[in-house]
Design a protein. Structure first.
Length: 240
């Protein structure tokens, strides 16, 4: 009888340990390496996140940069419920997004914006249960911006907004023939009133335009140099 009790207790303990180390999340449809020869084209990578448990889970995403070229920048978007995109430099999501029991969430997207800079980048993303940080799974995503025969065929001007509609921010790439101290990005509402203005520094790079302080609606964004409008595009602001 004592021997049976000991075996039964051992089985219970082992079963508890197995439950404790079991991982809730699995990953699929991963884009491990994204290759591009266009140094001005933002590149997206995707990961599908599955909740294999029988309960709804709150999810937090941690971003750890393995390496990235100086001048390149990154950001990530996540949340089937919130759909938030986190600005460059954000290390952690808000942890309020949820995945239903035994469901797959395809909303995670990581973006590298090379801004004219060639070279590789690698970023580690860790997905974990907001209420249990030991329950996690990680993945490394990589980008390789390579040179090509058309490397010198430069396209000058200002890109369309990367995030459109935009919530907290959007990004404009620019590659200008020359730099002028008067170069500015100006945001107008649909009444033609200037609501925001930014200097455009240097000949090339990326501008992060904060939109969290703008009311939801449509705007016209113009690139102005020497007092003349060089380019204009529409931007929709939609706060989630």
């Amino acid at each position: 009888m004592k021997k049976f009790t000991l075996v039964l207790l051992s089985a219970v303990v082992l079963g508890s340990l197995s439950s404790a180390v079991a991982q809730t999340f699995t990953l699929s449809n991963v884009t491990p390496v994204s290759v591009s020869s266009d140094p001005w084209l933002p590149i997206d990578a995707y990961v599908a996140i599955s909740n294999t448990s029988n309960t709804l889970k709150k999810v937090r995403i941690e971003r750890i940069i393995n390496y990235i070229q100086s001048g390149q920048f990154e950001f990530f978007c996540y949340g089937a419920t919130t759909g938030l995109c986190y600005p460059p430099g954000t290390a952690m999501s808000n942890g309020q997004d949820t995945i239903l029991a035994n469901s797959i969430d395809n909303s995670f997207k990581a973006t590298l914006n090379p801004t004219g800079v060639y070279g590789p980048a690698s970023i580690h993303y860790r997905i974990f249960d907001t209420d249990n940080i030991s329950d996690s799974v990680g993945v490394d995503l990589a980008w390789d911006i390579t040179t090509s025969l058309g490397e010198n065929d430069e396209a000058f001007g200002l890109s369309k907004p990367l995030q459109n509609p935009a919530d907290a921010f959007t990004v404009y790439n620019y590659n200008l023939k020359s730099a002028d101290n008067s170069d500015r990005l100006i945001v107008f509402n649909m009444l033609g009133t200037k609501v925001k203005s930014m200097d455009i520094p240097g000949k090339s790079g990326a501008l992060v335009l904060t939109t969290s302080d703008l009311k939801a609606g449509m705007y016209m964004v113009s690139y102005i140099s020497n007092g003349k409008v060089k380019d204009t595009s529409r931007l929709v602001v939609n706060h989630r």
